[in-house]
Design a protein around this ligand. Structure first.
Ligand SMILES: Cc1cc2nc3c(=O)[nH]c(=O)nc-3n(C[C@H](O)[C@H](O)[C@H](O)COP(=O)(O)O)c2cc1C
Length: 198
């Protein structure tokens, strides 16, 4: 390595150490639009992230998509869709805390809710909407009467925390599955966007 490359490599290495962690997070790059849309999700194993991205794709990709772990400032967005994966009947404590902490910012901007659940691989119905949306997300946010959707999700052993993975792999009849459907997520995104065009 010559002297110039050595110095460059050193500076790059140093830069990597001092750059904030956010630089390394997975970022979604929305299509340009004058309308300011955001989708906020919480996930453990990535299904709700994919649902969020596909909902945005149903909006022609104009909604920016945020993981709640980024603790995003959503005050510059006019329209927000909120959703999350379900464990033990609820979304993650982090999402619940975020919604409570930011309720004033979110209140006038919430345009839809979604949840992603396993539902023991059975079709979802009004019972799941009531449990995961009406009595949970909408109740925390204090905003009702916006479109909502509960999607079936997936199980991927390799993405689970080790203890949870062990429990799931030992459950009789438990197997990996993938029931999340991109067209359903996109249709939901389009439905919300159309509703807010007027
Ligand atoms: C520990 C654990 C608990 C779960 N609890 C529920 C539940 O209470 N109700 C349900 O319908 N699905 C439940 N599921 C299924 C998840 O909702 C489903 O796998 C979902 O796709 C996970 O989304 P994620 O990949 O975004 O984390 C659970 C899954 C795990 C791993």
């Amino acid at each position: 390595m010559n002297k110039r490359n050595f110095i460059k490599a050193g500076l790059l290495g140093f830069g990597a150490l001092i750059l904030p962690g956010k630089v390394f997070s997975l970022e979604y790059y929305p299509n340009p639009s004058s309308r300011k849309w955001a989708i906020l999700y919480s996930t453990w194993c990535g299904t709700a992230r994919d649902a969020g991205i596909w909902i945005s794709e149903g909006m022609d990709g104009i909604a920016n998509v945020f993981d709640v772990r980024e603790d995003p400032d959503l005050s510059k967005y006019d329209h927000i869709v909120i959703g999350g994966a379900i464990r033990s009947g609820k979304t993650s404590p982090l999402l619940q805390d975020y919604l409570q902490k930011n309720s004033e910012t979110l209140k006038s901007r919430i345009r839809g809710y979604f949840a992603v659940c396993g539902n023991m691989m059975q079709p979802v119905g009004p019972e799941q909407t009531q449990a995961f949306i009406d009595n949970h997300l909408a109740a925390i946010c204090g905003v009702t009467d916006v479109p909502s959707k509960v999607f079936l999700g997936r199980i991927t052993f390799g993405l689970m925390e080790p203890e949870i993975r062990k429990q799931f792999e030992q459950m009789p009849n438990m197997k990996e599955y993938d029931n999340l459907k991109r067209p359903e997520c996109m249709a939901f995104g389009k439905e919300i966007l159309d509703k807010n065009l007027k």
